[in-house]
Design a protein around this ligand. Structure first.
Ligand SMILES: [Zn+2]
Length: 397
């Protein structure tokens, strides 16, 4: 008896050792005409869907546009409605096609209305921005008309329709897939960004600077996710994600073009990195406009966006006090079981040519006025000591 049990145990062990490792079998009706890359995409993702194929096509086009080999010389940021499948399947296609992946921390995504892929060759700095064509968006949108819409991971008759759309996307001529704008690394562009020395933030291309409060430096020392100064860092915080920051982002972006935002600093992370609503978030814009025109834009566009977002008019407080003119938009918000009054508080001042605008975003959870005043008082228009006028944008870390 003992002998027999030992035999069974031994046999079982041998059988276990002999079990072969294998990858999962995707849901896929492979056709002889399917190119090898498509098979690899399906192996990774699990089915032949339109979104994942669109991601793969745009990834391959982007990789060529920045002349990268893929895997270790690319950095990709995808903007779009990518919170859930089927749209989010796009990100899997991008990963297979570029080798920029979640695991390597070289792929990021940001929630936005429009699908945009930003790819950068980290070796040469060459960058490209890809946007899907109306033809591609049309094919992706045709999904939503299907009865099993919302899953993209349907089976049965729906699956064949999905595969047909996916194959169409796989074989579309390249110009019909995406529009590509490339930027050479050494192209001199008048970029708006900032640099930091200690607490001092210099707003390029101006000589202006201001100091961030201790609270921000303390957070940065620990978490490194709250001072967004280079264009790459700024691109990641254009939109908020989740409750308060989403709305702050919407109001800011409706009022001013984001490429004029030189710095975004906060007492904690932004969007998905946010931890509470008790903090202060700040954007600084440099605008080639007169203060009166900026004021009209704030009064019109910011007010309209708050109303659009909250379905109620904001309580507006204005103050013409020198030197910083103020427009504060306050609105009440409730999330789950907590509520507060949110403030999007603009402070603007015209210098020789540009007008500088600080946007302070906070709730009434705690008063931020002392910190705001300290930041505005620290503001100087001029060369801060110890820096050079030709300071270049630092390499992304
Ligand atoms: Zn999918």
């Amino acid at each position: 008896m003992t002998c027999r049990i030992s035999f069974i145990v031994l046999y079982g062990l041998v059988a276990l050792c002999q079990a072969e490792d294998h990858l999962p079998q995707p849901h896929y009706h492979r056709q002889p005409s399917d190119p090898a890359w498509l098979v690899a995409v399906v192996q990774f993702h699990g089915h032949l869907g339109p979104s994942v194929v669109a991601g793969a096509r745009m990834g391959m086009i982007g990789l060529r546009a920045v002349e990268a080999k893929g895997y270790f010389d690319v950095d990709v940021t995808c903007e779009g409605p990518l919170a859930k499948p089927p749209q989010a399947c796009f990100l899997d296609g991008i990963q297979v096609a570029t080798g920029a992946t979640l695991g390597k921390r070289t792929l990021r995504w940001v929630q936005a209305d429009q699908l945009t892929v930003r790819i950068r060759n980290t070796r040469t700095g060459k960058a490209a921005v890809l946007r899907p064509t109306p033809a591609l968006m049309g094919l992706l949108a045709s999904l939503k008309l299907q009865p099993m819409a919302g899953t993209d991971h349907a089976t049965g008759q729906n699956e064949e329709e999905l595969e047909a759309i996916a194959r169409k996307i796989a074989t579309m001529p390249e110009p019909e897939v995406a529009s590509v704008v490339t930027q050479e690394a050494n192209t001199p562009t008048r970029e708006f960004f900032s640099t930091r020395q200690g607490s001092k933030i210099t707003l390029h291309p101006t000589p202006a600077s201001f100091d961030v409060p201790e609270t921000m430096l303390d957070w940065f020392a620990q978490f490194k996710n709250n001072l967004h100064l280079s264009r790459d860092e700024l691109a990641k915080v254009k939109d908020g994600a989740g409750e308060w920051d989403t709305e702050y982002g919407l109001v800011c972006n409706a009022t001013f073009p984001f490429d004029r935002c030189c710095a975004h600093v906060g007492e904690e992370g932004w969007g998905r990195d946010a931890v509470s609503f008790a903090d202060l978030q700040v954007r600084v814009y440099v605008l080639d406009k007169k203060l009166d025109d900026v004021g009209r834009e704030i009064a019109g566009k910011a007010a309209a966006k708050v109303k659009d977002v909250t379905k109620a008019s904001a309580k507006v407080t204005t103050d013409n006090a020198d030197p910083w003119k103020r427009w504060d938009f306050a609105y009440d918000r409730w999330y789950e079981d907590y509520g507060a009054t949110a403030h999007v508080d603009f402070r603007a001042k015209q210098f020789d040519n540009p007008t500088l605008v600080f946007v302070f975003m906070y709730t009434n959870y705690q008063t931020q006025e002392a910190k705001i005043q300290a930041m505005l008082k620290s503001f100087v228009w001029g060369e801060p000591p110890g820096t050079t006028a030709t300071q270049r944008q630092p390499e992304k870390k």
